[in-house]
Write a protein that binds this ligand. Structure first.
Ligand SMILES: Nc1ncnc2c1ncn2[C@@H]1O[C@H](COP(=O)(O)OP(=O)(O)O)[C@@H](O)[C@H]1O
Ligand SMILES: Cc1ncc(Cc2csc(CCOP(=O)(O)OP(=O)(O)O)c2C)c(N)n1
Ligand SMILES: [Mg+2]
Length: 570
């Protein structure tokens, strides 16, 4: 007849999913619940991978790690109020680490929240998110979903990457509109993280400073890993010929056993160098703000810095040659100007560094080859060092205090972006989220080296690992406590401040509870065998590695950051 064709309708649920898919999103890390449960189901129906965790914090950590690994925003989706707050820790963690992530949380309608009428899980989430995120937006109308998603994606990726909050009031999802109009309202973001090229004067100034240095040093940070300019970075480092220090998540950009790697001579090069070339690394607490006894006398060093964030320059020390731009473009421009003609630093400097490196490696080597039972950190991590050399594509996840510090210095990485740890905050509990993201985003085997306290922050997610049958092998460095089981002041277990855990905790039974492989390892030989079996089977595995209670020290290498009481000493 002549009645108009029934208009086809779309709704907020489907527009949000279409907008995410249009912008290349393939995976969502979430915990389902009102009002987003159907959103997750529809997303799955439209081909997105939707992984459900046991707690939103770990879904968020996975999304943050996914952003670091892929240069695409990791997506975490949560329910309102408590679910949003659980995800917010991860959003702030992503922002602190300069990783792209979007936290999408369901929320209550404005008219209810603004009158504080007491809704189910009512909270003014947008206001709360804003101070902890790089950007925060709320969408009220279905026809704005395309715009809102596009803004969130661009904000997460452009310039210095970071975490973005996207507030989705429940009623938005149910709003309907014409399908054709809906599709037209969607926006595919064009070039969200454009090449940022340094100006030629900056290149000349930087090369002048680097050329005049007698004892130059390169420090590469996780920004250099994130940049995915691996070949250019390698070419630049090898052309300059400087010794270099990789910060923990930059390890593997050049293999840790590279002749220019100065990690084993860290104290010498930080103290003796006269010029430090920072590449995607901030002079923050991890580098003692570029000052203090470890850095030689004040003013004795010149700094050259590559960073995509202009305001990072001079944040802690005067930067003589700021190079504002993305690392790939800066490396390109520097190599162009060098044009293959570069005088490498004197053998006096590079030779002295290499001698110190080799000396320290030789001194440490025998300690890595013990078969003590219970184990110490050196013998256990010596096994993991060998296994990572034999399996360079394995992604190493790491957290703890001694378990972190010892693993960072003992276990070499041989490829970029194969180490995921506690990041700039030094946050505990990221291990399982990191492990799930690494397995899902790379498809590679994952080896998670966890302090037993750190594991305690995220242990329930072993069920998530088992449910998705992920190739994750967890090694718990079980020294029976935080830092050390017999902690100096915390010997007795009925002391409320104690950090000693249940004697002989059987963590391996947790993994068995969910169908994974759970084993105990009392010696390095047993540990090697258990890990090799996990790598062969690619089954979810938890190894309870028994470490001597007195093997570590409180807070690992950063105990000096603790305030101390003068009155207590009286
Ligand atoms: N593609 C990029 N190009 C240049 N700088 C980048 C890029 N991505 C991130 N950054 C910068 O890298 C730095 C990372 O520093 P940081 O997180 O302190 O590393 P680390 O902790 O490993 O030293 C940040 O200042 C960030 O702005
Ligand atoms: C969210 C958060 N809460 C507390 C802390 C403080 C902390 C830093 S390291 C650590 C645990 C160290 O014990 P573990 O057994 O993992 O390692 P080991 O030294 O090998 O025994 C805690 C509690 C941090 N950093 N983040
Ligand atoms: Mg411990």
């Amino acid at each position: 007849g002549n009645e108009p064709a029934p208009e086809t309708l779309t709704d907020g649920f489907h527009l949000l999913i279409d907008a995410l898919k249009l912008n290349g999103v393939e995976t969502i890390y979430n915990v389902p619940g009102i009002p987003i449960t159907d959103l997750g189901r529809y997303a799955q129906a439209q081909g997105l991978r939707v992984l459900s965790f046991r707690h939103e914090q770990h879904a968020g950590y996975a999304a943050a790690a996914a952003g670091f690994l892929t240069k695409k925003p990791g997506i975490c989706m949560t329910v309102s109020a408590p679910g949003f707050l659980n995800g917010l820790t991860a959003l702030a963690h992503a922002t602190t680490n300069c990783w792209p992530m979007i936290l999408i949380s369901g929320s209550s309608e404005r008219e209810v929240v603004d009158l504080q009428r007491g809704d189910y899980e009512e909270m003014d989430q947008l206001a709360i998110a804003r101070p902890h995120a790089k950007a925060a937006y709320r969408i009220l109308h279905a026809e704005d979903i395309g715009l809102g998603v596009a803004r969130a994606i661009r904000a997460a990726l452009t310039g210095r990457p970071g975490g973005v909050y996207l507030d989705i009031p429940g009623a938005l999802l149910g709003q309907v509109m014409d399908e054709v109009e809906g599709q037209k309202s969607l926006m595919k973001v064009v070039d969200p993280s454009p090449a940022s090229v340094p100006n030629p004067e900056a290149i000349d100034r930087a090369l002048d400073v680097l050329k005049s240095a007698k004892k130059p040093l390169i420090i590469m940070g996780k920004g250099a890993a994130y940049a995915q300019a691996d070949e250019k970075i390698k070419e630049l480092v090898e052309t300059l010929g400087f010794p270099y220090l990789p910060m923990s998540m930059a390890k593997g950009l050049l293999p840790d056993n590279h002749p220019q790697c100065a990690s084993a001579a860290r104290s010498l090069v930080l103290k003796e160098s006269d010029c430090v070339f920072l590449i995607g690394a901030r002079l923050n607490w991890l580098l003692s703000h570029g000052e203090g006894p470890g850095w030689g006398e004040k003013g004795s060093k010149k700094f050259v810095q590559i960073d995509i964030e202009p305001s990072e320059m001079d944040s802690n020390q005067k930067i003589s040659a700021p190079l504002v731009g993305d690392i790939g473009s800066c490396a390109d421009a520097l190599l162009q100007k060098i044009g293959g003609k570069w005088e490498k630093p004197s053998e006096e400097w590079t030779g002295a560094v290499r001698t110190k490196v080799q000396g320290n490696i030789e001194k440490m080597a025998p300690r890595l080859k013990n078969n003590n039972s219970p184990m110490d950190y050196q013998g256990s991590l010596g096994v993991i060092k060998d296994l990572m050399a034999e399996n360079p594509d394995v992604v190493l996840v790491n957290e703890g205090a001694n378990a972190l510090d010892q693993c960072r210095s003992i276990v070499d990485l041989h490829k970029p972006r194969k180490r995921l740890d506690v990041g700039t905050w030094g946050i505990m509990g990221v291990g399982m989220g990191n492990a799930v993201a690494a397995a899902v985003e790379t498809g590679n085997q994952v080896l998670a080296v966890e302090g037993d306290s750190a594991f305690g922050f995220c242990g329930m997610e072993v069920e998530t690992v088992c449910r998705y049958n992920l190739p994750v092998c967890i090694v718990i460095m079980n020294n029976n406590g935080i830092y050390r089981g017999d902690g100096e002041n915390w010997g007795n277990t009925d002391d409320p401040s104690t950090t000693v855990f249940v004697k002989d905790s059987k963590y391996e039974l947790m993994m068995q509870a969910f169908g994974g492989v759970g084993v105990r390892a009392d010696s390095p030989d047993a540990l090697r065998q258990a890990i090799n079996e996990a790598f062969a089977s690619r089954k979810p595995t938890l190894i309870n590695a028994i470490i001597a209670e007195d093997a570590g020290k409180e807070s690992g290498n950063i105990g000096n950051l603790n305030p101390s009481s003068v009155v207590a000493q009286q």
